[in-house]
Design a protein around this ligand. Structure first.
Ligand code: FPP
Length: 233
């Protein structure tokens, strides 16, 4: 067992809880749907910028299993926006070498949206510049329970880690916007050693400079993974 840490300062896997679309819209006297549309523009910006900052996997929280509690018209708009996003972006994702995966339950999504997801995932499957994982109808607790059920008697910490993180590995850096400081059932297992950056910036206003700032903050942290810093050993 190591007595000191290997300091690993590149954030290979970044996760983002994209919060504040509604507040952004309200501040501008716009409907919430306009906030979600602006949120998609922000997502597009960050996906384009991510590979240039050394990010290999970007996992974003678009719709939690608990978001079904929102008013039906907002849920309908979000589902429509997911479909529009897939339709509008797939070609650019292929061009930019971005592999898209949607994580979460699919059985509560419309068959048309599921077909659109499958088309986009297939079209982008060979992208190797970035793995973009969009969480839709996602709950980390449910994902852990599903993985444990699938492993049956082979359930172990190592096998659960392999099942849940796969080639993407643990989350290095988790960013949440709009001043909230919660994990909200997102990537609970994968964030065991994640560094957290909370920013007051509303998601539609989040820019590449904000991403660079979060990565610089991450880079200055001392990650010991339970060991002690090398200089203290
Ligand atoms: C949180 O803002 C945001 C969401 C629940 C949805 C996130 C969706 C997007 C960024 C756009 C759609 C994404 C894709 C992939 C098509 P909020 O509505 O909770 O804002 P508030 O807390 O200010 O009300």
């Amino acid at each position: 067992m190591q007595s000191t840490c290997d300091s690993k300062q590149n954030a290979d896997h970044v996760a983002i809880i994209m919060d504040g679309n509604g507040r952004w819209a309200r501040a501008q006297n716009l409907p919430r749907s306009a906030g979600h549309r602006a949120g998609i523009d922000a997502l597009r910006r960050i996906v384009r910028a991510a590979p240039g900052h050394g990010i290999r996997t970007l996992t974003v929280f678009a719709f939690s299993a608990d978001n079904w509690r929102r008013p039906a018209n907002e849920v309908a708009i979000l589902m429509q926006l997911f479909g529009e996003f897939l339709d509008a972006e797939t070609e650019d994702l292929v061009r930019d070498g971005v592999r898209l995966s949607i994580i979460g339950r699919r059985d509560r999504l419309s068959p048309a949206l599921v077909a659109e997801i499958e088309r986009s995932e297939q079209a982008t499957q060979f992208g190797d510049a970035l793995h973009l994982r969009v969480a839709v109808d996602y709950s980390a607790r449910a994902a852990i329970a599903d993985a444990a059920r699938a492993l049956g008697p082979n359930v172990s910490e190592e096998n659960l880690t392999a099942t849940l993180t796969g080639e993407d590995g643990d989350v290095d850096l988790l960013i949440r916007t709009a001043g909230e400081r919660r994990l909200s059932d997102f990537l609970l297992w994968e964030c065991a050693y994640a560094e957290f950056v909370f920013t007051p910036r509303l998601w539609p206003d989040f820019t590449e400079a904000d991403l660079a700032g979060a990565l610089a903050d991450f880079g200055a942290r001392n990650r010991t993974f339970g060991a002690i810093p090398a200089e203290a050993a």
